[in-house]
Design a binder for this molecule. Structure first.
Ligand code: ZN
Length: 357
């Protein structure tokens, strides 16, 4: 359960309660000796205890709230201006804070990455809703802790960030040796950057993007500093230069490959595909016509055989056994109707039952 609580070396887990979509984690502070924030005198004399209810990072889709039992102590230094002070837990919950330190850290990252409005929308989806103004304040709070170290900055990173994407931007200054944000400037013009650099003459290297305003600001405010491209732009420029080189040398590269790998680059003769004969079914009229002609031929041969007495390739004369033309036409019509019925029955399932035959 210690994994659920922030700073388990400072507080101890006691109880977990889930109510609806909210998880309540009850914990208490465990230090026996604390230091007065004013005179740093250690003390063990407890004055009283009270309950803090800071929000924490969501877990398993549930919003989390800490019920943290903290204490007040007496300062035993008679010369100190404080007689009673609240226990400090800076790694867990800052004084007067409504959220844990790790929740505030997440909100700061959101503010830096997305600005106020977009960060607020994403935070709502992530389960810890926060206003856009609070996210902006989280980013501004970064500068307060870094103000006292700005005089020591030697390598400065300069880049822009969005307060409202597409509408309002600011400039973020980062100590690249300590990887800390040291200041935020309004807008992304040259003048504020130049003024800031004049107040911090220790800067000897400025990493920036290719914006003209930052170039002017850096040149004006810190002419002694060397200006370099940041890592992202170095990689981008290197990629562009390499692509240009490949485009310019494309014909030479292709010729080289054709020379060295001539055998492998020979065109492969693919086997020709077998021609597939397309079978077109006869239309009803074609079927009837062919069937009728076939029947006519059979009838004609039968009549001729009967009238001439041909058997086994031998012809015999049989007078009085001739078929008239009228009889032939009648038989042909009857057979035509019969063949049409057969064709319909073959092509149209159920035609017979529907009365089509
Ligand atoms: Zn004190």
């Amino acid at each position: 359960m210690d994994a659920l609580i922030p700073s388990p070396h400072l507080i101890a887990f006691e109880k977990l309660t889930i109510s609806g979509l909210e998880m309540m984690i009850e914990a208490k502070t465990t230090r026996t000796v604390v230091h007065c924030p004013e005179c740093q005198q250690p003390t063990q004399k407890v004055h009283s205890s009270y309950l803090r209810r800071p929000r924490d990072l969501p877990t398993a889709g549930l919003s989390v709230r800490l019920l943290l039992h903290t204490r007040k102590f007496f300062c035993e230094n008679t010369g100190c201006s404080r007689t009673i002070f609240c226990e400090r837990l800076p790694e867990c919950v800052e004084k007067y804070a409504h959220g844990t330190a790790r929740l505030n850290q997440h909100q700061t990252w959101l503010g830096l990455a997305l600005g106020g409005e977009l960060g607020s929308r994403l935070a709502d989806k992530l389960g810890y809703p926060v206003s856009a103004a609070t996210l902006i304040q989280r980013v501004r709070n970064l500068t307060s802790s870094a103000e006292k170290t700005t005089s020591e900055i030697k390598v400065l990173g300069v880049d822009d960030f969005a307060l409202r994407r597409g509408c309002e931007y600011g400039t973020v200054l980062v100590d690249l040796e300590k990887h800390e944000v040291v200041d935020l400037l309004p807008g992304r013009e040259a003048a504020p950057l130049a003024e800031w650099l004049r107040q911090h003459p220790s800067v000897d290297t400025i990493s920036r993007d290719r914006a003209t305003a930052y170039q002017e600001g850096a040149t004006t405010g810190a002419p002694q500093a060397e200006q370099i491209a940041d890592r992202w732009h170095v990689l981008k420029n290197l990629t562009s230069a390499f692509e240009d080189l490949l485009h310019r040398q494309a014909s030479d590269i292709k010729a080289h490959w054709q020379t060295v790998y001539a055998d492998e680059l020979l065109p492969t003769v693919l086997p020709s595909k077998p021609e597939i004969e397309r079978v077109v079914p006869p239309t009803p009229s074609e079927y009837v016509r062919s069937k009728r002609d076939q029947i006519k031929r059979q009838q004609w041969h039968a009549a001729r055989k009967e009238s001439t007495g041909t058997q086994g390739g031998r012809t015999e004369h049989c007078p009085g056994r001739q078929v008239s033309g009228r009889q032939l036409r009648r038989d042909s019509a009857a057979l035509r109707d019969q063949s049409m019925s057969q064709f319909r029955a073959m092509c149209i399932p159920g035609a017979r039952t529907m009365g089509l035959s």
